[in-house]
Each structure stands twice: as C-alpha cells, then as structure tokens.
Design a protein around this ligand. Structure first.
Ligand code: ATP
Length: 358
C-alpha cells in the first residue's frame, strides 16, 4: 500500500493550452493517505478519469509529479506501478473457472499454491463466491462477472493502490448495494489504498472514508461524508451532495448576522469583511418553518418521501427547499423559514468563508 502524492499536477489535452478552460485538470497538490478509501466524485467531464489515468500511468500529466510513497512514478509505465484496476465492464477469462480467475494475479507473481489457495478462499468468501469457485466464468451474468473482477482486484496484498472506475455501472440496482457493502468490508479487512471513481453521491458516501469532490477540473473539497454535509467548502459541493442540495441566498454579512433582503438572520460565527459575491448556504435539513422570526415563504409543493417530507417553497422570488421530519407542521398563516445558525455557511465567490466562534 502506498501514500499517493500529487505535486503541482495539471493536465491539458491540448498542445498549447492558453486559458483555464483548456486544462482538463487544473493545478493541484494533494497527499492521499496510505490505506484510506477515497471516492472521486463529480459530474461528467469534471476530470475524474483524467486524474485516475494519471495515477494509473495510462496518461502522462502535462505538468507536475506523482509519487507513491517517496518514489516518483511520473514517468513509470502502468506495469511498474504495481496497482490493481477494476473497470466499468468486467474483465474475466471466460474459459477459466472462477477460482482460476481470482488466482490469476497471484499465479503471475509466483505465489505458492498454499498462499494462493488461502487468499482465493478468503476473497471468495467475502464476496460470496465460495460456492461457485469451480464453475467456468462463461455463462455467468454481468453481475457475477463484475464480482469476479472486484475480487481479482483485491486478491493481491502487495499492491500500491486499487483503482476502480465506475465499477458498478453494469450492476443491477439491488446488487449494487450488496457489492458496495462487500467492497467496504474488503477495505476494512485488507486496508488497501483505494480510489473509486463515481458520479453517484450515494456510492461515494457509502463507500469512502474521504470523498474527493471534483468540479470543472479542480478538487473542490476532500472530506468525510460528514464534512461535505455540514461544511461544504464550495457551493458546488453543497449543491451536488444532498437531496435536495443546499439552499443558497445572496446576503450581506455584518459580524454575526447575515442580511437577506433586509431581514437580519443570526449566524453561528462572527465574520470580518466578506467581499465578492456573498451568499449564505443552508441545507434543507437545517431550515424550519415558524410563524414568528425568519424569512417569509410561500409553499409551492409538498413531496412525501417516507421518513420526511420535502417542502418546495419560494422566498423573495427564489426557490428554497425545506425538509420536515415527522410531526412537524406548516403554520396556517404567513409561514416563515428560520435557519439553525450553527449550520449557516457563508460563501464568497463560491468558496466557504471560515468565521470565528461567536
Ligand atoms: N482523450 C481526450 N482528448 C481530449 N479531451 C479529452 C480527452 N479525454 C477527456 N477529455 C476532456 O477532458 C475533460 C475531463 O474529462 P474526463 O473524462 O477526465 O472527465 P470525467 O469526470 O471522467 O467524465 P466522465 O464521467 O464523463 O467520464 C472533459 O472536458 C473531456 O471532454
């Protein structure tokens, strides 16, 4: 397993990039901890595959270096990087048994029969393939074949990193949940450094210790699922993560208050001068309806989604979403919306501004 360091890394597919839009990956410097499970999350085209391909060695970055521990691997081909990869579509040898597919990477590295048997058994058991080991891979469905690919990715203990590129794309929805859980179990048991590319927030949040959110060629936040939920570092994180995403409202900040359309709202921290395009961000979970303080709202639609309901509302001509838990009601007249001050984030030009404890 290895720590992965990206140093001033950037990539453009153009020969002579001129402006920022020409860079598929904008300059970044990050260190990813040895043994952690990371999800690379972002919308289509944000640069996830470009970054993964640079890490795996399929692509040479236009700028910067990449290290596995202290070794500079920027110029090393994929074969020398000692990584395992699992792709969107299963890669299995149809004529081999499930056992031999799983054993293949170990045989290639000259492991003893006893080592192979023990390891294959363990991996097969963890992904629920132990009863199928003697079957030929031919004839198995895509789900089963992808399970084999995942298992084969995990079978070696000595890889620097395990890279997954949207590995659950071909998997049946109910099976996705099972495989994600198994992958998490495998990570807990084996402790590989894992990088998992997805555009699906549920996949990222359930799988990863740390989620790396990418937007427009940049890493906008690396954090635990809780960090991303409570303190989105960028408005994109607020919007992209959560269902529905974070509410944003233009505001002016005065110390520990935000002024929205002339109404003062308390903040959980005190701020100095905040300049640029200033907004406050509030997740729908931290917005409540009152009949007293707050901003006037008009409820447009109510969506019942089981344990809670989503109120789609309008506030000073802007859309706002409020999540109500069971037992919470809607005031009959003149409802207002109030925000939990501790969960109001302040943004300047889309980036979160840190306040001082009030
Ligand atoms: N081989 C290539 N040549 C030129 N441009 C490319 C190439 N591959 C990707 N790009 C561009 O680089 C940007 C980042 O693409 P990338 O595939 O890394 O994003 P992604 O987040 O993985 O998207 P997706 O989820 O759709 O695969 C996009 O604007 C894309 O059009």
């Amino acid at each position: 397993m290895a720590r992965i360091t990206l140093q001033n890394l950037a990539h453009s597919y153009l020969r002579s990039p001129r402006d920022p839009a020409d860079w598929a990956l904008k300059e970044m410097t990050h260190t990813w901890t040895d043994g952690e499970a990371y999800a690379l999350l972002g919308a289509s085209g944000c640069g996830k595959s470009t970054l993964l391909n640079i890490i795996s060695g399929l692509l040479q970055p236009s700028q910067g270096r990449i290290f596995f521990d202290d070794r500079d691997v920027t110029d090393a081909p994929t074969a020398e990087r000692n990584i395992a990869q699992v792709f969107q579509f299963p890669v299995v040898y149809d004529t081999m048994t499930v056992h031999d597919n799983l054993a293949f990477p170990l045989k290639n590295r000259g492991r003893s029969a006893a080592q192979i048997a023990a390891r294959v058994q363990k991996v097969a058991q963890m992904i629920g393939l132990e009863d199928m080991l003697q079957r030929k891979a031919r004839g198995l469905g895509a789900d089963m074949k992808q399970k084999i690919s995942l298992g084969r990715g995990m079978v070696r203990e000595d890889v620097n990193a395990l890279l997954f590129d949207e590995p659950l794309t071909v998997i049946d929805p109910h099976m996705k949940w099972e495989l994600r859980t198994q992958l998490k179990g495998l990570h807990r048991e084996f402790g590989h450094t894992m990088i998992y590319v997805t555009h699906d927030q549920t996949e990222a949040l359930t799988f990863a210790d740390k989620v790396v959110v990418m937007h427009d060629g940049r890493v906008v936040q690396i954090g635990t699922p809780q960090d991303l939920f409570e303190r989105p570092a960028h408005t994109f994180v607020g919007y992209f993560i959560g269902s529905p995403g974070m509410n944003l409202m233009p505001a002016r900040i005065e110390g520990d208050r935000a002024i929205v359309d002339g109404v003062a709202l308390p903040l959980g921290a005190r701020y100095g001068a905040v300049s640029g395009r200033v907004e406050i961000g509030i997740r729908p979970e931290f917005a409540t309806l009152t009949d007293a303080d707050g901003l006037p709202v008009r409820i447009r639609r109510i969506e019942d989604v089981g344990r809670h309901r989503i109120l789609r509302a309008e506030c000073f001509g802007r859309e706002i979403n409020i999540i109500q838990r069971e037992g919470e009601s809607i005031p009959a007249e003149g409802p207002r919306v109030a925000f939990d001050p501790a969960h109001v984030n302040v943004y300047a030009d889309d980036w979160r501004v840190e306040g001082e404890a009030a």
